[in-house]
Design a protein around this ligand. Structure first.
Ligand SMILES: C[S@@+](CC[C@H](N)C(=O)[O-])C[C@H]1O[C@@H](n2cnc3c(N)ncnc32)[C@H](O)[C@@H]1O
Length: 308
């Protein structure tokens, strides 16, 4: 099906839809480095512009609109999270475009924290807003590790099916479990996932295989935790610390931070997917992304409709 992508970033969500066989016909983001990354790896159909300035008539008709709307206002990683955060209004832009284009389906992705924000009032407001546009909406919290990603990243997916569309969306069933029980595969450990990469301190031609020398701390806080090499990594984040740097996970040897490439691998990006911009920008683009493997599981659930 034809897909329009909003808040596309470097294109993690989009890559998943492409892996599932769909075609992205138009995309948008305001972050110049992420747009350059997108153009280099995915395609030229992305427009670098503030969504507030995009006229809906400039957006092509499509079957699905997808968008991981900016989550800063919603995230539990943000200690100042509050319902009144002005960035929360960005999701209204997603609503504006969906309302204008009326695609058969939409997929909106966000952080887990959105479910508890305002004691659930924010998530309910979002569900109500989507429903009022004439869609049957389901929301589900998915753990990327359950779909083979070496990371226990939990994200909420809101899926809308336009009223009158003869299709019931079903969220993908997990393929992996923590211990490999129930006939599923075992969660992928971070050490195993990183085996494909050489040591970044040795000469290599792997793109973005550079790391931050930011000192390691082990105080249990986000980005300062001991990494268990045999388990999936904790959530890769794009959050900054109080000095404005990006929070970067420790490498499983717990002696240095992960390189950009290692974090991209933990997110499931292909090894030749090259990110543009300086190291902080690249870390941020990676931390912002939906793991392509998780996105492709969500996207594949639409394929039954395409085959009708
Ligand atoms: C959570 S990230 C999305 C990541 C993407 N879904 C992926 O999988 O790679 C949110 C994106 O929204 C973009 N964004 C924020 N404000 C915007 C605006 N006013 N107009 C367009 N894009 C915006 C940010 O630049 C960021 O790339």
């Amino acid at each position: 099906m034809n897909v329009v992508s909003l808040f596309s970033g470097a294109g993690g969500l989009d890559l998943g839809f492409i892996m599932a066989g769909h075609e992205i016909i138009w995309a948008n983001d305001v972050f110049a480095d992420a747009v350059e990354t997108y153009r280099r790896n995915i395609g030229n159909h992305i427009v670098c512009e503030d969504i507030f300035l995009i006229d809906a008539s400039a957006v092509p008709d499509c079957d699905i609109i997808i968008g991981g709307f900016p989550c800063q206002g919603f995230s539990v990683a943000n200690t100042k999270r509050c319902e009144g955060d002005s960035r929360n209004v960005l999701y209204k832009q997603l609503i504006r475009i969906i309302e204008a284009k009326k695609p058969s389906f939409f997929v909106a992705e966000n952080v887990k924290g959105i479910l508890s924000l305002g004691n659930g009032r924010v998530a309910q407001m979002i569900l109500d807003d989507f429903t009022k546009m004439g869609y049957k909406v389901q929301a589900k919290l998915l753990n990327a590790a359950d779909y083979g990603v070496p990371q226990t990243r939990q994200r909420v997916f809101f899926v809308g099916v336009r009223n009158g569309t003869n299709f019931v969306y079903e969220f993908p069933k997990p393929t992996h479990s923590p211990d490999g029980g129930d006939g599923l595969k075992k969660w992928v450990g971070v050490q195993d996932a990183l085996k494909i990469l050489p040591d970044p301190d040795q000469p290599n031609d792997i793109p973005n295989h550079v790391y931050s020398n930011y000192k390691l701390r082990f105080n249990g806080y986000l980005g300062h935790r001991t990494i268990d090499p045999n388990k999936p990594a904790p959530t890769v984040t794009a959050r900054g610390d109080d000095r404005g740097g990006v929070v970067v996970l420790h490498h499983p040897n717990n002696k240095r931070r992960m390189s950009c490439r290692e974090l991209a691998t933990v997110q499931g990006f292909p090894i030749r997917f090259e990110f543009c911009g300086n190291r902080s920008s690249v870390y941020r683009q990676i931390g912002n992304a939906v793991p392509p493997l998780l996105a492709s599981a969500v996207a594949r659930s639409f394929n039954a409709y395409g085959e009708k």
